[in-house]
Design a protein around this ligand. Structure first.
Ligand code: MG
Length: 388
């Protein structure tokens, strides 16, 4: 197997949403296609990658540093002992001559490449990615489906409580059982009214609702909101302070009883380890949301899972950010606790295959070879254009 050409691009993934911190009106995404010399049914196998959502494109880093290193390498150096494409070996080549620390958007560029390499490796083996990951890195017995929750509940001008409730009812009608909403973009009293409006829709069950602050609160506000919402018994209280403010998280965890979730803006093993060492995260109830696509790919994510295991954490306490098909495979293969989902948002990249069915809050990654982005017809058109 040899990569004969590589093609990168930037596409918009517009959304009208806003959270407590940013709007998504100019959000974009890096995409890549790695064309191989392996021909199946008269066509070359192509590995595809994209950069999740929430960070802007990292296309320049990818095309200036990661791709040239991969293309300059001896093709043999990308293969494992069985002569199969090794995303892990490719990862080390892409990261050669890079200083430690300062992960920034570099982790996004590497994550896109790592995704495409895994897509290609699984396609070369003729299996869906979850099967490939489970056989190579898991116990060979992947989960058949994965818990997913519907993330929405954003702020929008003129959005009423009824609008918010209708949005959440739509998620429940779509097969989801747990929903998530944004908080921190209004004052505490208003946010409590919004929370109670959504609780009315989920049968008054706090364990069917998550709230997400998107990193906005200082410690005082984090604790004030925590005191007010602890009574609801929510599924989780998400990314309450700045992602790198581990002390804030630690103090909050000493004062807030119910689960806390964070990590979608931590992009490396080192940052995730610092969260575990210093962030007060509780392995019996809290959740880690690192997004493999944003944080150096599955190769680094496996290191993070290993670190968590050393600290006594179950993989079931990991529910990645991003709502994409790549993490869905990883969740099934490595037995994570679930995966995020943004129904209808962040198109064309986001979400699962067109034929995916959400039932009782669970979904299967499907059985197309690789990640299966060929099963997302609008996205596949864009990906095909990249290299044809
Ligand atoms: Mg979030």
């Amino acid at each position: 197997m040899k990569i004969v050409s590589a093609h990168a691009g930037t596409i918009p993934i517009k959304s009208s949403m806003s959270n407590a911190y940013i709007n998504f009106s100019t959000m974009d995404c890096t995409i890549v296609a790695l064309v191989s010399d392996v021909i199946v049914d008269g066509k070359p196998l192509v590995g595809y990658g994209f950069s999740s959502n929430g960070r802007y494109n990292a296309t320049a880093i990818l095309t200036n540093r990661m791709l040239p290193r991969l293309q300059a390498a001896d093709p043999q150096d990308l293969l494992d002992d069985q002569g199969e494409l090794s995303p892990e070996k490719a990862w080390a080549i892409m990261m050669s001559n890079e200083k430690p620390g300062g992960h920034g958007e570099r982790s996004v560029a590497v994550g896109v490449m790592d995704m495409a390499l895994h897509d290609l490796a699984a396609k070369a083996a003729g299996v869906p990615l979850y099967r490939w990951i489970s056989d190579h890195y898991g116990d060979g017995a992947p989960d058949s489906d994965v818990f997913v929750y519907a993330a929405g509940g954003y702020y929008a001008p003129g959005k009423s409580y009824t609008d918010l409730q209708d949005e959440m009812k739509g998620f429940l009608d779509g097969g989801y059982e747990v929903v998530k909403m944004k908080i921190g973009g209004a004052d505490l009293a208003e946010d409590c009214r919004r929370i109670e409006a959504v609780l009315d829709v989920v049968g008054g069950r706090g364990d069917r609702l998550m709230v997400d602050v998107n990193g906005k609160f200082d410690l005082d506000t984090a604790l004030e909101y925590g005191r007010a919402i602890d009574q609801y018994g929510l599924f989780w209280y998400e990314e309450v302070g700045d992602p790198l403010d581990y002390r804030l998280n630690a103090v909050l965890s000493e004062n807030y009883t119910h689960p806390i979730a964070t990590g979608e803006n931590l992009f490396s093993l080192q940052d995730a380890r610092n969260l575990i060492r210093h962030g007060g995260m509780r392995p019996d109830r809290d959740y880690i949301q690192v997004d493999p696509a944003l944080s150096y790919g599955l190769t680094e994510y496996r290191r993070i899972l290993n670190m968590l295991s050393q600290h006594g954490w179950s993989s079931r306490r990991c529910i990645p950010h991003g709502g994409h098909q790549f993490s869905l495979h990883i969740a099934a293969a490595l037995k994570l606790g679930g995966n995020e989902s943004y129904p209808g948002e962040f198109q064309p990249t986001g979400g699962f295959t067109d034929d995916a069915v959400i039932a009782q809050g669970r979904v299967s990654p499907g059985d197309l070879p690789g990640i299966g982005l060929e099963g997302k017809s609008k996205f596949y058109e864009v990906l095909k254009d990249l290299h044809s």
